[in-house]
Write a protein that binds this ligand. Structure first.
Ligand code: AMP
Length: 398
């Protein structure tokens, strides 16, 4: 699995027989002076090893070189010789890509064509694909799209109430992101509840540095909070989520800020950071506990936005079997889970404070009261394994 970002490359090598991770790592700050590669592997005795290579990684090709060297030096190269496939995370698949797709020249060009919809992400994903195609020409490579899980969303939920020509000529519609994560937790919830996915209505909350909600009916996504881009919806670390679009006109007229400045402010200086100056939830919770009013407001706004989406998706689904929390905040911040669900008892959403506060779980756990009709599940995110599984299924299904 390769996740190639603008300045980083994450990789994980899975043995799909037992779904164990054989080797993993991350090249960071590619193109900067302080770049480095953290490489993890199991030695011949099976004990975990890791090594940080501090060397200049001028570009993605140099980073892949360093990764290959690290793989060779840690003795993992033979495993690469028997690689069954490589799965690439691709953020935006536009309207064309509804499923994981084996990569050939046409697919590369089609991914390039949707760069206009994800200028911060798709070009970096493509660079990773192009370098990996050169390095491993014999290995089947598959693009797994963050948008694909959301392709079942109906038009009344994916269209915006703007001139129809914006949709027809400029592809303006809701695409949604974090699809691999929402798909993963939907599978895991079905497994945990021992029911087929097709029998379950779910609300999934991916609460990490980026955050999104999804309404899932009978295993298929019917709405999600992110839109044309990952900026819409829940409050995030540095992204605003929903705002009145007229705020942009007002601020531009008042300050003279141009489109690029406004785009950057909404993506990088807003969200939790915009409200209280900090985007890390652990730090925000510490500040709030010590009496910082802005940090407390950030938490209150964050939880209130989540609660509004739970209500909206409850209404969209009509019946909810389980509400799922995943990713850094969803998995670890009991206080946020509690505050987001507060007052929803009449919807059957009722948190057991003791179960919610207990930690040291290995895998999925439930936090609803014994009589709570809606299951409240905390499910560890694992987009990497989901990408590996989807890659294997795509190659097998050829
Ligand atoms: P992710 O993008 O999934 O890695 O999530 C990152 C977010 O999870 C950051 O805001 C972290 O502060 C937050 N996070 C991680 N662990 C905790 C924790 N124990 N309590 C509160 N927030 C946490």
């Amino acid at each position: 699995m390769i996740n190639s970002g603008s300045s980083s490359i994450k990789y994980e090598l899975f043995d799909l027989d037992d779904e164990s991770v054989r080797t993993s790592g991350e090249a960071q700050r590619i193109g900067e002076r302080e770049s480095s590669l953290l490489h993890r592997w199991n030695d011949a005795q099976g004990s975990a090893e890791e090594l940080t290579y501090n060397e200049p990684l001028a570009d993605h090709a140099a980073a892949f070189d360093a990764i290959t060297t690290a793989l060779r030096e840690s003795g993992s190269m033979q495993e690469l010789d028997s690689l069954a496939g490589i799965g690439h995370r691709v953020v935006h698949g536009g309207e064309q890509f509804k499923t994981p797709t084996e990569i050939d020249h046409d697919v590369v060009e089609a991914i390039r064509a949707v760069c206009v919809l994800a200028p911060l992400h798709n070009p970096a994903n493509l660079t990773g694909i192009e370098v990996a195609l050169e390095l491993f020409p014999e290995v089947p490579q598959v693009a797994v799209f963050d948008t694909a899980f959301h392709h079942s969303i109906p038009a009344h939920a994916y269209r915006y109430a703007v001139p129809a020509s914006w949709y027809r000529e400029h592809q303006v519609r809701r695409y949604g992101f974090h699809g691999t994560s929402h798909a993963w937790v939907a599978h895991e919830a079905a497994k945990y509840l021992q029911q087929p996915a097709a029998a379950l209505n779910l609300i999934s909350l991916h609460l990490g540095n980026g955050a999104s909600a999804a309404a899932i009916r009978a295993g298929r996504c019917v709405d999600t909070s992110m839109g044309l881009t990952p900026l819409e919806g829940l409050i995030m670390g540095t992204r605003s989520g929903d705002i009145d679009p007229a705020i942009l006109f007002h601020v531009s007229k008042a300050t003279g800020a141009d489109i690029e400045e406004l785009e950057s402010t909404l993506n990088r200086e807003s969200g939790l950071k915009g409200i209280c100056g900090v985007n890390d939830m652990r730090e925000i919770q510490r500040l709030a506990e010590s009496g910082d009013a802005d940090a407390q407001l950030a938490i209150d706004m964050y939880c209130y936005r989540i609660k509004k989406y739970i209500g909206a998706y409850y209404a969209a689904l009509g019946h909810v079997d389980a509400l799922i929390f995943t990713a850094g905040i969803g998995e670890n911040a009991a206080l946020i889970r509690q505050q987001a669900c507060e007052g929803l008892e009449n919807l059957g959403i009722s948190i057991d404070d003791e179960k919610n506060a207990s930690d040291h779980h290995d895998g999925t756990f439930e936090i609803q009261t014994d009589s709570g009709p809606v299951k409240l599940l905390v499910i560890p995110a694992n987009e990497e394994l989901e990408i590996a599984r989807q890659t294997a299924a795509c190659i097998k299904g050829k």
